[in-house]
Structure formats: C-alpha cells, structure tokens
Design a protein around this ligand. Structure first.
Ligand SMILES: *Cc1c(COP(=O)(O)O)cnc(C)c1O
Length: 355
C-alpha cells in the first residue's frame, strides 16, 4: 500500500481514556463494557481497553465478536440478534442483548442442543424508541424468560439518545432501576446487571446524578474520542485525538467556486448548492465518501474549508491557509464518530497503530 489515506491510532491515549472512565465509574459501583464497533474491533485497540480495566468487550456485529475471542473477558453482542445468526451467538457471545421472546426461545433451544446456557440482557425501551421491551411489558416478559431452558437472564439494560435522542437523566434511568426492583420482588430473583446505557450516560458519571442501582455502562465513543456525547463538554484528562486521518493531496488549482454548466444531480442523487466566493485555491485529497463522509473530517489546519466530495475525492478550499500546500503534501484530520467508524471499516484506509 502507498501508506495514504491512513488512520494513525494512538493506543496509549485510548488506554488512558479507558482507565479514566473505569476509575470514574468505579466510584459509583459501575463496571464498564468497552464497545469496539467504532473501530471495527481491531485487536490491537481492544487490547488497550482490556488493559484499561474494561470487564467486557461489546460489539454489534458477530464478525467483530469472533475477532475478539482470544481476550479473556466476556464478549457481548450489542445488536439484538437475527434468528439467522443464533448458531454463532451461542458459540461466540458470552452475553447478548435481547428484546424478542421468539428470539430468546430460539436461543434457548440452540443452547440446550449445545449443552450450554446462554446469558442474555433483557433490553427495556424507556422512551428512545429503538430496541427493547416497551415499559411495563418487561415485567411479564422477564417472568416468561426465566422459564426458558438454556437461558440465564443476567439483568436489564436500556439504550438512550441513539434513535430518539432522549437524554439520560436520573429520572428515566431510575425507571430502569425500579423495573429491576419490581422484577426481583415479584420473581424472587437477584439481578446481576443493570446496564444504564452508552456514552450519553457519562455526563451523569462526570457531574453526578446516576441513580443508585445502575452497575454497568456500555461505553464506546467516550473512551475512543474522549468525548461525552450528550453535552459535548470536553472533560479533564481525556485525549480527543487518539484517531488521526492523514490523506495526500493529488491536485491543487485555482478554480471558480460555482461549476460551469447546468446543475443536475451529483453522483449521490442530490442537487448540489454552491456559494460564490469567486476564484479560490482548491486542493483534492485522495480519500472519498466510500471511506469517510467529508462532513466527518475536522482539519488540523483550521483555515481549510471542506467543500464536499465524491466517492474517491474530498475537495478542500485552501485559499485562506498560511501554508502553501502542494501536490504530495499530507493533511491531518480529527474524526467525528461517523468518520472513525467509516475510516476504520474501510479496507482502503491503512491503519497504523502507535504507542
Ligand atoms: C453502540 C452501542 C453502545 C455504545 O455507544 P457509544 O455511544 O459509542 O458509547 C452501547 N450500547 C449499544 C446497544 C450500542 O449499540
């Protein structure tokens, strides 16, 4: 490979972010499942999360869970499983999130066939309208799950601010704890795990307010990008630059800012709109939407304007830059979550792991 585009991953920063998250959560009796889907579960990075104190590795894709088998912590499948992947689930996932009785029954049958017991976390939808048993439905559903052979229900979980953008608060997370208490009372069981969400719940750890009873969080973005996602406040002793995209300039030219000719649909079916800034100096870098969406790139050089892109090119306005960029120069970018996800998943983007 040529070496570009590439993502440089600073492992020490991720290890540090993970340690810090684990320490803060520990203060509330909360364990951290570290989420690996944002970086395509590269074992080099997963290792930093285990070294950083995560008690489990969690991913939404079975293919990624398989990559993590050699780690001596629990592997958790985050996406409620397809009926068609249950053989893999019982073989590779120590725990799986569930929200459909039909799926749990099928999982139970698979586990019994293999002579094992499948641990599941029953998801409760407390308002975000993504996955989960709807509110009070969880109570009878939990009772039913307790009867299914081959299944052990480890506890309850919820997911917020993913689809509906609902902010985790003490009030809505307390509802999850209340459901757990009600279940314990009604069925005479003791729940091992109450999982109060993802990175969007971290503000309740930083600022206080996480309800007592929550003893698990599933954290990806806060560890990887050092950001707590709801309030977007930068937190002390977190690194925000563990992932850096580097891409090479393949063209630099002065061109008008409005295309010449009638404007129709672009390669992605949208009719583009342009701002007339006159003749501007533009650079093209060799990375495109197939790898990373242009709006997920944050240039190190703050004078660069990202104009847009096509499948294979990203087009930049470099007129305001102090540096006189030329063909062959390499530009660096921070990544948003979407940029990290896309870039780490693209086989065209080289990954370089650094201490
Ligand atoms: C992706 C995911 C997480 C982690 O989300 P972050 O915002 O990266 O912390 C947690 N739980 C579930 C169910 C997920 O799908």
């Amino acid at each position: 490979m040529s070496g570009f585009p590439r993502i440089e991953v600073y492992k020490g920063k991720i290890r540090n972010n993970c340690k810090r998250t684990v320490e803060l959560c520990k203060g509330y009796g909360i364990e951290v499942m570290a989420v690996t889907k944002g970086f395509c579960a590269y074992p080099e990075i997963a290792k930093c999360l285990v070294e950083g104190g995560a008690t489990a590795l969690a991913d939404s894709r079975m293919a990624n869970i398989k990559k993590l088998q050699h780690f001596d912590v629990d592997k958790v499948l985050l996406r409620i499983p397809m009926l068609s992947e249950l053989d893999d689930v019982v073989e590779y996932a120590d725990m799986v999130l569930v929200s459909e009785m039909e799926t749990v029954k099928a999982l139970g049958r698979k586990a019994v066939q293999r002579g094992t017991v499948q641990r599941v976390m029953a998801m409760v939808d407390i308002g975000d309208l993504r996955e989960g048993f709807w509110l009070d439905d969880i109570i009878p559903a939990f009772g039913e799950m307790l009867e299914i052979k081959g299944i052990e229900v480890a506890g309850l979980g919820t997911n917020l601010s993913c689809y509906g953008g609902v902010i985790p608060r003490c009030e809505n997370l307390s509802a999850l704890v209340d459901y757990a208490k009600e279940i314990e009372k009604r069925y005479g069981v003791s729940l091992e795990m109450i999982s109060g969400g993802n990175s969007s719940s971290m503000h309740l750890v930083f600022d206080g307010g996480i309800p007592e009873g929550i003893n698990n969080l599933r954290i990806g973005e806060a560890i990887l990008l050092g950001r707590e996602t709801v309030l977007g406040i930068e937190r002390e002793n977190y690194h925000n630059d563990a992932f850096v995209l580097k891409a090479e300039i393949v063209e630099v030219k002065e061109k008008p800012s409005i295309p010449i000719g009638d404007i129709g649909r672009d390669a992605f079916g949208n009719v583009p709109v342009f701002t007339d800034r006159g003749v501007r100096k533009r650079a093209i870098i060799a990375v495109g939407k197939q790898d990373i969406q242009p709006d997920t790139l944050v240039p190190y050089d703050k004078d660069i304007i990202i104009l847009g892109g096509s499948s294979d090119h990203t087009i930049l306005d470099i007129s305001d830059c102090n540096k006189d960029y030329g063909v062959g120069d390499v530009l660096a970018f921070d990544l948003t979550y979407g940029g990290m996800l896309g870039g780490m998943t693209s086989p065209y983007v080289e990954k370089v792991f650094l201490e």
